[in-house]
Design a protein around this ligand. Structure first.
Ligand SMILES: [Zn+2]
Ligand SMILES: [Zn+2]
Ligand SMILES: [Zn+2]
Length: 498
C-alpha cells in the first residue's frame, strides 16, 4: 500500500530510528531541568508520571489567575493570510512600524486586490509575483529601508495593478506608510521601528537587532531568500515557499525546525576541536542539536491528522497527505540539504516533525494596537473626538470589520507542549492585555497547590463526553480525567454507554 518511499529512510534507517526513539525519562528530566533553570522558571517541574509520559507539575502554590508559565516558542509562523492584516516582528511577533504603517499597508494591499479572506486573490497574487505577493516585501529594493524611503521607492511594487477598491487616494495610503502623515493621537501607541532582514530578502522585518540576530542564528540564515542567504539556492527556496503557501503553511514551520537543527549542529561542530571530528562525533553532535525537537511528543503527520468530514476513503487521504509532505521535502532538500546531516531529510523525520506540531502546537495570537487606537479615538471627549474622526473615520470605514484583526499563526512551545490534557483543567492559555508578543501565557484557572499536575484542555471544554472523546482520539488517548470518569458513570447509571 505504501507508494511513497523516501530513499533516505531506507539508506539512513538506523539513524532515523535513533532520532525518533522517544527520549528516556532521564534525558527528559535533564533537558527540562536545564531549560526551566535558564529561563528562571522556578515554579514548575517537568517529570514522568508513568501513566501518560511526561507532565508539568507545580513547584509552588499558584493562586487563581496567577501566571503559571510564559513560554518562549521554539519555532512559530504567522499564517499566510494574516500577513496582509498585520506587520509583526519575524521573531517575537509583536506589531512593528507605526499605527500609520499598519493601517496604510493593509489598505494599500487591499487596494491591490489582495484580500485576507479571498484565497483565489492570494493565489493570483502569488502567481504574478512571488516576492511582492503578501505585502511582506513592501519594497522592490531590499537594501533600501522602505519605511524611511520616499514614496517613489514604495511605488515600485505598486505599478500597474492598482484597482483602488478602498476608495481612498493612493497618495494618502503612501503618506501613511512612509511616515509623512501622522494620525491624531497615534503617539499614544508607539511601536518599535521595523528593521528589515539583514540578509536582504525584504520579506521579514524585526522589532529590534536582538530579534533580527536571534532569528538569523536560529533559522533564517538558511531560509532567507536575500543575497546573504546561506541556502544552496534561493530559487529552490522560493519554490519550496510557494508550494507551502499553496498547500499548507505548516511546511514553513517544519523547514524552520530543520534549519534550526542544522544551525545548532553547525554551531556545536564549530565549538568542537577540529582534530576530534569523525563520523561518530558528528553523529553525537547531530543528536545533541536535535534534542529540543527530540523532546516533543510525536507521531507521523499522515497518521495523526484528523480526517476531514467529507473524506470517505481514509487510506487514500492519508496517502495523499504523505505524498504532499514528500513533495514539500524534496523542494526543501534542493534548498538546504547537505550529506552531513542527511537523516534530517528523511520523510519519516519530516512527517514526525509536522505530526509533533499537529499534536502540540498552540495558536499564536497577538492583539492589535490598531484596534486599541480606534477604541481610544472612540472614547475621546468632544471636540477632540470629532476633530480626530474627521481624519480617522474614512480609514476605519475603509478597513471595515477587519480593523481589529490580530496577528494569527501557530507555534511550538517546549514547556507548554509537555502539559497534559484534562477536561476540567486547572490552567489555560490566555493572553492578558499586556501580552503583546508571541510568547504563550498559561494562567491558573483555579488555585493550584505545590506538587499538583498542571493541566490544560486540548479541545473545547464545553463539548459533551462523546464529542470530547472523539476530538481527543486524534491525540491517541482516551481521557480519564475526573470529569470524564464522573460523566461516564452518570451515563452508565442512566443505562447508556457511549
Ligand atoms: Zn521582535
Ligand atoms: Zn531574510
Ligand atoms: Zn476528560
Amino acid at each position: 500500500m505504501d507508494t511513497v518511499i523516501c530513499p533516505i529512510d531506507v539508506k539512513c534507517g538506523d539513524q532515523v530510528s535513533a532520532l525518533l526513539r522517544p527520549p528516556s525519562s532521564q534525558q527528559v528530566q535533564d533537558y527540562f531541568d536545564e531549560l526551566l533553570s535558564t529561563r528562571q522558571c522556578h515554579g514548575l517541574k517537568v517529570g514522568h508520571n508513568g501513566v501518560h509520559g511526561k507532565g508539568v507539575y507545580a513547584g509552588m502554590d499558584f493562586e487563581e489567575g496567577e501566571i503559571v508559565l510564559r513560554d518562549q516558542m521554539l519555532v512559530g509562523v504567522q499564517h499566510l493570510s494574516n500577513k496582509i492584516d498585520c506587520l509583526v516582528c519575524g521573531f517575537c511577533f509583536q506589531f512593528i512600524g507605526s499605527i500609520e504603517l499598519q493601517i496604510g499597508r493593509k489598505l494599500y494591499l487591499q487596494s491591490l486586490g489582495v484580500s485576507s479572506t479571498s484565497d483565489e486573490c492570494m493565489k493570483g497574487m502569488m502567481a504574478h509575483n512571488s516576492k511582492a505577493c503578501y505585502g511582506t516585501s513592501l519594497s522592490s529594493n531590499a537594501d533600501a529601508d522602505p519605511y524611511k524611503a520616499n514614496g517613489g521607492d514604495f511605488g515600485a511594487c505598486s505599478s500597474g495593478s492598482s484597482s483602488d477598491t478602498v476608495g481612498l487616494p493612493k497618495e494618502l495610503l503612501e503618506s501613511l506608510m512612509n511616515g509623512r502623515l501622522t494620525l491624531p493621537h497615534s503617539d499614544k501607541f508607539p511601536l518599535p521601528e521595523a528593521i528589515s532582514c539583514p540578509g536582504g530578502c525584504g520579506e521579514v522585518y524585526y522589532c529590534s537587532m536582538l530579534c533580527s540576530e536571534a532569528d538569523w542564528a536560529s533559522s533564517h540564515s538558511l531560509l532567507c531568500t536575500g543575497k546573504r542567504s546561506e541556502s544552496l539556492s534561493k530559487d529552490a527556496l522560493l519554490r519550496f515557499t510557494q508550494h507551502a503557501n499553496e498547500t499548507n503553511d505548516i511546511f514553513l514551520l517544519a523547514a524552520k525546525a530543520i534549519a534550526f537543527t542544522i544551525l545548532r549542529y553547525k554551531k556545536l561542530k564549530a565549538a568542537c576541536p577540529k582534530e576530534t571530528h569523525n563520523g561518530s562525533v558528528a553523529w553525537g553532535l547531530l543528536l545533541e542539536a536535535w534534542k529540543p525537537i527530540h523532546m516533543g511528543y510525536k507521531k507521523t503527520w499522515w497518521d495523526c491528522i484528523s480526517l476531514p468530514d467529507d473524506v470517505s476513503d481514509e487510506t487514500a487521504f492519508r496517502m495523499e497527505v504523505k505524498e504532499l509532505a514528500f513533495t514539500s521535502l524534496q523542494l526543501l532538500k534542493e534548498a538546504i540539504y547537505d550529506k552531513e546531516y542527511e537523516p534530517l531529510f528523511s520523510l519519516e523525520i519530516y512527517g514526525n516533525i509536522i505530526g509533533m506540531f499537529e499534536l502540540n502546537n498552540l495558536d499564536l495570537v497577538v492583539a492589535s494596537p490598531v484596534e486599541d487606537y480606534f477604541l481610544y479615538i472612540d472614547d475621546l471627549p468632544n471636540p477632540e473626538k470629532n476633530q480626530a474622526e474627521r481624519i480617522t473615520q474614512p480609514l476605519l470605514d475603509a478597513l471595515g470589520d477587519e480593523y481589529s484583526a490580530c496577528c494569527q499563526g501557530t507555534g511550538f512551545y517546549p514547556i507548554q507542549s509537555c502539559m497534559n490534557h484534562s477536561c476540567c483543567p486547572n490552567s489555560r492559555a490566555f493572553k492578558r492585555d499586556e501580552d503583546r508578543d508571541g510568547q504563550a501565557t498559561i494562567l491558573a484557572a483555579r488555585a493550584i497547590s505545590k506538587g499538583e499536575e498542571i493541566t490544560i484542555s486540548y479541545i473545547e471544554e464545553e463539548l459533551p463526553l462523546a464529542e470530547r472523546w472523539a476530538s481527543l482520539a486524534d491525540y491517541g488517548f482516551t481521557c480519564r480525567c475526573s470529569r470524564c470518569l464522573e460523566e461516564g458513570e452518570e451515563e452508565e447509571g442512566g443505562g447508556e454507554t457511549p
